[in-house]
Design a protein around this ligand. Sequence first.
Ligand code: ADP
Ligand code: ADP
Ligand code: ZN
Ligand code: ZN
Length: 751
Amino acid sequence: MPEFITLTGARENNLKDVTLRIPKGRLTVFTGVSGSGKSSVVFDTIAVESQRQLNETFTWFVRNRLPKYERPHADAMEDLTPAIVVDQRPVGGHSRSTVGTMTDIHSVMRVLFSRHGTPSAGPATAYSFNDPAGMCPKCDGLGRTVRPDWDGILDPGRSLAAGAVRFPPFAAGTWQGQAYTNTDELDPDKPVGEFTAAEREFLMHGRPGSKVTVKAAGGTWTTEYEGLADRFERLYLKRDLSAMSQKTRDLVREFLAEGSCPACAGARLNQAALASRINGRTIADCAHLQVSDLIDVLKEIDDPVARPIARAAVAALERVDAIGLGYLSLDRETATLSGGEGQRLKTVRHLGSSLTGMTYIFDEPSVGLHPRDVGRLGDLLLRLRDKGNTVLVVEHDPDVIALADHVVDMGPGAGTEGGRVVFEGTPVELAGSATLTGRCLRRRTTLKDEVRTATGGLWVKGAGRHNLRDVTVEFPTGVLTVVTGVAGSGKSTLVAEFTAAHPGAVVVDQSAIGISARSTPATYVGMMDTVRRIFARETGTEPGLFSFNSTGACGGCEGRGVILTDLAFMDPVTTTCHDCEGRRFRDEVLRLTVGGHSIADVLEMTAEQALGFFDDLGVRRRLRALRDVGLTYLTLGQPLSTLSGGERQRIKLATRLHRTGAVYVLDEPTTGLHMSDVEGLLALLDRLVDAGNTVVVVEHNLDVVAHADRIVDLGPDGGRDGGRVIFEGTPRGLLAARGSSTAEHLRRATA
Ligand code: ADP
Ligand code: ADP
Ligand code: ZN
Ligand code: ZN
């Protein structure tokens, strides 16, 4: 067995002939500033090539059914092992996917209940909410039902003629609304709140055979009367939401109320499954306990037949607990998990598997983790390694870097300034090296002594959502507040309550940017209209030619530059368009140049290079905003879908700068940032605050914590054991606090 994975002359994205030997069966951490090329090595080269070579081992018949990967740009790639990428992409969005189904622990629980629950509901599917045998018939196993929000749709104080129906498509005066004002059965001038039960029944459901006459453009029509509730249900609830326009969907959503299913009270299962208990608990009760509590409950099972199954469930649950997710419950929908939680949960699945000789690849697994929890994450990575796997991690966190057997530091800068290996060796050697990462590792965290004075205060009062325990806390205005606490302590919940209470807040999060596959940094920051006008003016043509959404676009790929192939159960595959070779435009358009550059050349410039090219003030202002948020290394034409969560958050921030008197809310803005970039982020936050804004961030990075004007520390632990404010005050005040993990780590970092 070769002991190394070798890459020779790798040139993907910004890589400059990178040649590397990565030790097998070891933990290798890739460091370097954002945009230096870490992902280009690990994801775009190693992971892609290993998948491609694996696919080639299948027969022609199977291969034709697999995604086609293009060979990454490199001279040679040898001795790869099959790669498993464990990333932060959100885990399955649909509501049938829960922590229990995703980890497969739910199926073990079903077997346990079918063998041992009394009375038994039958075989194991009778306990599955995703199987007709077990699901609640009322909500089809979703646990929730949506129903029209009649309090919102009908104003009881008004008559039908005076606008009692508030849902615009059915309002008085519209052709659909006439049905209700024109029927002989109802008094159009009587307030709806005074209707008799029979009248209300008629309004909502009508009566078979009743007719009504309405006037429409083409004349007068007599039609079947359809009750308000029946019509709403038929037109908006029984139809596929995705078939409606976004505008209709948003409108309908305003008039819907979602609630626990009345039949199963949210438990998702039918009556037979819910009648079956072990030690007094139903399977739904068990799924609702937090994992750390469920472990104790299952350990109490002493029946000799059930014990081995219970023990299998406990072993899997303990893996969830071991990576610091013991505060989750099995019934938690995966769509509500954060990216970091999802990534750690995916890892649990792999820990349980018996595969060895694989290459596991992680993307910044410390995201969302308090320094306290990073230790447990480290154990997890080492356990994967010790099972005989090669573990590759892209990471900025010094505690994870310290665990590495081998470090590859990329740089020296970002984009065209990066793409080289600037250091290889052990973490200790790295800390002694002259690279940027080395220098940052030697630096201490410095506490801010002079904190700003608040100009006022915004309050969250009596918050009790999720695990919060009647939390009342002040967010002072005109300062930088950092919310800290271990994973699951309630930070996101508290900040969500804060933004709900102060709806003017500008929330800058890491969620996907919901725009078309053609969006790029240039379109997103709003500079393309001007760029197209400049090209049209200088070449005597039409601005439309320079848009990859219109006439100038390559016909082969419709201006995307790539061909997207959707695969039912896998990630879609992208391949470069053969017609334009990824340049997105027709040849005629590419021949039109300004200052020697075609529109495609401009889109290949980084924001920094574009600053040297454009004089237009509006364009420059937008490019400078990208620089302010540390994204100068992005090319103007890079698809937004290739941006990481942290980059998405920063590009959103770039379009929302230059306000005063606003409240900014950011969730872990250091995600994806190298230690040296954190200073730039702090400078940006300072500028925002000094311009008269209020900034609230959720953050684990101790440099950011030390830089706060005010800290709100939640804890002491996650889930049931969290949800309290355990410290409020300045960084210096936190240093002296007892019983706070954040304080403990801050003391260590500043010592
Ligand atoms: P890191 O992981 O160190 O942040 P990346 O490997 O993601 O860096 O990026 C290295 C360079 O390659 C950056 O300049 C980035 O903008 C560019 N790049 C990354 N992905 C793509 C892509 N899909 N298309 C074009 N350029 C890309
Ligand atoms: P943090 O942001 O500090 O990691 P969260 O606010 O995400 O913590 O979580 C606090 C508690 O609330 C945890 O027990 C978590 O499981 C629970 N929780 C968070 N979001 C949801 C949700 N959408 N549904 C149910 N429980 C949730
Ligand atoms: Zn139900
Ligand atoms: Zn094309």
